[in-house]
Every structure is written in structure tokens, then in C-alpha cells.
Design a protein around this ligand. Structure first.
Ligand SMILES: Nc1ncnc2c1ncn2[C@@H]1O[C@H](COP(=O)(O)OP(=O)(O)OP(=O)(O)O)[C@@H](O)[C@H]1O
Ligand SMILES: [Mg+2]
Length: 359
């Protein structure tokens, strides 16, 4: 039995706005699951339904095998933290973390022990006597995390908790959150529209689009075996490059033909391509780091813009009428320099009509 189960969950606001169309998901105890998707795809709506802040239009949500949709938020054993971290400004850090424990009628000694423990885990134990306005954004967010974990929730929901922080702090906070999760093994759902945050935190990522799930998988599956062009485009920075190519058969060999190159396919794709795609146009997807530069390349072009990133450079170049981005460890390529571009075996192929992965 899975720990949390969402069955055909649907949410319609005001009888007309279908925010979540159909959502099926099972989460195991201790998992860290990230919901990832563009603005408006229904991430917060799902979280709010799990927490009990929003009703479910259709479907069911089960925690430990029992339906929770008719329970009050406070009876669900769930802690939630939001984008605006909402720590109470008139209470000290100690007061903030202690408050939900007092509501749960813990004794003074119990409260003290739990607050101290949560404060150490979240690295705010030196600030317990301060007020939130005497803390940095990251410290304040750690107070919110401490308050949420202090009640030892069955399930810990975080809706874009890092989005108010500056870039550097976001990266260090996500390492903190990962460490806290590894220590406590609390089952967690984390919402973000930042693909790098999702990749770095998740045991599994749920990619959402327009109220549907596009793909569920580990970070590696989502990145290397994106099920759809939407996912391949959304994950990765820079994202996948797409080139339209025609599938041709010559002497029983399969080629991808583009106006600038011809590439023989001799791997697992051959069978499917022969069966269904000869003579058709499909989409070749290449991750920026899966392009190669050097004299073994098959496409002659030139670098237009070069963006140094320290450890690597991002080269912009045209292949036919498509501008691609190439991540290269060779750092001394200059704008307008002629380059020969190839790609590694790690390519993806997509059906042009359905935009789904060809396997
Ligand atoms: N209370 C509401 N009444 C009507 N429509 C709503 C309500 N809340 C959200 N919606 C709509 O439902 C859809 C999903 O909203 P939701 O807040 O779940 O998106 P989200 O994925 O969390 O987006 P973001 O990344 O911007 O936070 C949106 O189209 C939104 O306009
Ligand atoms: Mg949201």
C-alpha cells in the first residue's frame, strides 16, 4: 500500500476553470517528490487539496489507505509551508516554532525539547530569541521549516518555499532542505517551476502541464528519457535543441536527413523507424552537451554568439534555420569562427504529430 495516493483527482473552480484535469499519483513513505511545471499548471491547487485548504471536485486522496478528503486540515497530520514564509512577526523565533506545539497541548518541557531539536536541525538555534525582522530571508525561511517539522507531520508540503530568496541563497537552502530530509526521512512534496531545483532535490519528479501529468520519473529518467517534447523543452538549461529530419531508407540502412547533414541510425531506433516512419519527418532532439565540436563533426556552421560560463561555454550556432545552443568544454572558440558540429549517441527522437518520444 502506498503512503499517499491520489486517485483521478480533479479540480474545477467556479464550475468552469479546470485547474486539475486528472491526477493519479502514489507516493511511498519517506519519498521526496517534486511537482514541476509552468505557472498556472495546477501545482498549488493539488497541494491545497492534499492539505485540505481546497475541496476536491472529483476523485479521492488517501493517506495510509484512508480517505482524507472529508477531514479538517488540522486533522490530516500535514504541515505546509508557502512561498511567502509567513512567520509571525510579533513572536520570537522560539515563539514561532513553539506555537503549533502549544496548540497541540504539549507540556512546557516537551515544547522546549522539540523546539531546540528542530532549531538545531534547521541551524537557527543561535537565533531563538530574535524576532523575524532581525533575520535574513534564508534564516526566516529556516524558521518556517523548523516550525513545520517540529510537529512531526506525516507529510510535509512545500509550495515554492525558496522563491523569495536570492539565487545564491536558494541554492544553499536547497542543500539544507535535502540534508534535513535525509536526516528526518519525512515524506515530502515540494513545488517549483525551477527545473534545476527539481533535479537537485527530488527522488521523483512529477512534470505537470495544463492540469495533467506529462511524466513521472527520477531526475535521470526525466532528463535523459523525456517522454514528450514538452518535458525535453522544460528540463535542462539550456533546454534540448530540436531539428526536423526526414527518415530515409537506403540499401536497407536508416538515415536521418536534414538540409545540412545525413546521419545513419544504427541502434535501437532502427526497428521502430523502419516500421513506422520511413519517408516521414520526425524531430531529432539533442541536449546542448551532447553536441560535439571538432573535425569528426558532420555539420559545418559557425559560432554566432559565445557565452562563457566559467567551466564551459555556450555556443549559439545555426543548423539550417534553427538556432541551437551547444555546451562545449573547449573554451577558446570565438564568435564567427567556423566549427564542425556532430552529436553523441545520446539523442532523442520524437513523433512530430504527437510530440511523444519514439522508442
Ligand atoms: N481560487 C481560484 N479560483 C479560480 N481559479 C483559480 C483559483 N485558484 C487558481 N485558479 C486557476 O487554476 C489554475 C491553476 O492554478 P494554480 O495556482 O494551481 O497554478 P500553479 O501551477 O501553482 O501556478 P504558479 O506556478 O503560478 O504558482 C490557474 O489557471 C489559476 O488561474
Ligand atoms: Mg502556485
Amino acid at each position: 500500500m502506498s503512503f499517499l495516493k491520489l486517485e483521478r483527482v480533479k479540480k474545477v473552480y467556479n464550475k468552469t476553470i479546470e485547474a486539475v484535469k486528472r491526477f493519479d499519483l502514489e507516493i511511498e513513505r519517506g519519498e521526496f517528490v517534486v511537482f514541476l511545471g509552468p505557472s498556472g499548471c495546477g501545482k498549488s491547487t493539488i497541494m491545497r487539496m492534499i492539505a485540505g485548504l481546497e475541496t476536491v471536485t472529483e476523485g479521492d486522496i488517501l493517506l495510509n489507505g484512508k480517505s482524507i478528503i472529508h477531514l479538517e486540515p488540522k486533522d490530516r497530520g500535514i504541515s505546509m509551508i508557502f512561498q511567502s514564509y509567513a512567520v509571525w512577526p510579533h513572536m520570537t523565533v522560539y515563539g514561532n516554532v513553539a506555537y503549533p506545539l502549544k496548540l497541540r497541548k504539549k507540556t512546557k518541557e516537551e515544547v522546549e525539547e522539540i523546539v531546540n531539536e528542530a532549531a538545531v536541525i534547521c541551524d537557527i538555534d543561535q537565533y531563538l530569541k530574535r524576532y523575524p525582522n532581525q533575520l535574513s530571508g534564508g534564516q526566516r525561511q529556516r524558521v518556517a521549516v523548523a516550525r513545520a517539522i517540529a510537529v512531526k507531520p506525516e507529510l510535509f508540503l512545500m509550495d515554492e518555499p525558496l522563491s523569495n530568496l536570492d539565487a545564491k541563497l536558494r541554492v544553499s537552502m536547497r542543500t539544507d532542505l535535502k540534508r534535513i530530509h535525509q536526516d528526518l526521512k519525512s515524506t515530502s512534496i515540494f513545488v517549483t517551476h525551477d527545473q534545476s531545483e527539481a533535479l537537485s532535490l527530488a527522488d521523483r519528479i512529477v512534470v505537470m502541464n495544463h492540469g495533467y501529468i506529462e511524466q513521472i520519473g527520477t531526475p535521470n529518467e526525466i532528463y535523459h528519457e523525456s517522454e514528450s517534447m514538452f518535458v525535453a523543452r522544460f528540463i535542462g538549461s539550456p533546454p534540448s535543441n530540436f531539428l526536423d529530419v526526414k527518415v530515409e531508407l537506403e540499401d536497407n540502412k536508416v538515415f536521418l536527413v536534414h538540409s545540412t547533414f545525413k546521419y545513419e541510425i544504427n541502434n535501437k531506433f532502427v526497428k521502430t523507424l523502419k516500421g513506422k516512419y520511413i519517408g516521414k519527418t520526425i524531430v531529432l532532439a539533442v541536449r546542448p552537451e551532447n553536441f560535439t565540436i571538432g573535425n569528426k563533426g558532420i555539420i559545418k556552421t559557425k559560432a554566432t554568439i559565445v557565452e562563457p560560463q566559467g567551466s564551459h561555454i555556450v555556443i549559439n550556432a545555426n543548423i539550417g534555420d534553427v538556432e541551437v545552443k551547444i555546451v562545449s568544454p573547449i573554451l577558446d572558440i570565438l564568435p564567427n569562427q567556423e566549427i564542425m558540429v556532430g552529436f553523441t549517441e545520446s539523442i532523442g527522437l520524437f513523433d512530430k504529430d504527437t510530440e511523444k518520444r519514439i522508442k
